[in-house]
Design a binder for this molecule. Sequence first.
Ligand code: S3P
Length: 179
Amino acid sequence: MSIVLVGLMGAGKTKVGRILAQRLEMRFADADDEIVEAAGCSIEEIFERYGETAFRDGERRVVARLLDGEPMVIATGGGAFIDPGTRVRIKERGISIWLRAELDVLVQRTSRRGGRPLLKNQDIKVTLEKLMAERYPIYAEADIIIDSGWHSVEITVQRILDALATFGEPASIGGKCGQ
Ligand code: S3P
């Protein structure tokens, strides 16, 4: 199954995904990059010219296509898991991992690069706080939840690998039949 990283902008999905894919010797795909490639223009342009609904439609198609291919590590854009159609697809075909981060971490990381239409000309902290309130209950539906805080990417990746190693084990009966 593919491993699908979800979470807010600045949670570290792309950086973590790349290293995770290397460690698992799997292919890596960034859904945002795939959308840009398919559309032939930047995410900002897609939002400006066609609107968010068109972006979500494209995102749904791209994520579905990636999930239909060979198992890989997929970093999704922050809104992908929030879209009901995309979320259903991820739940059916992938192991979802929410990279959860606190507000200050997200603010610091998203301030480093632009290109995010939802944060453009906005108070980043206020906007992210609002998105956290709206989206965190939905990200919480992910199969695995990992804290992506101030610590290094390597530590986050190791935590994911540890969680994957025991994912799906029925903890309550684990090992009992061998006794
Ligand atoms: C979005 C997050 C972005 C990108 C688009 C919309 C969102 O991806 O898909 O700007 O709705 O949170 P990142 O989370 O990779 O920044």
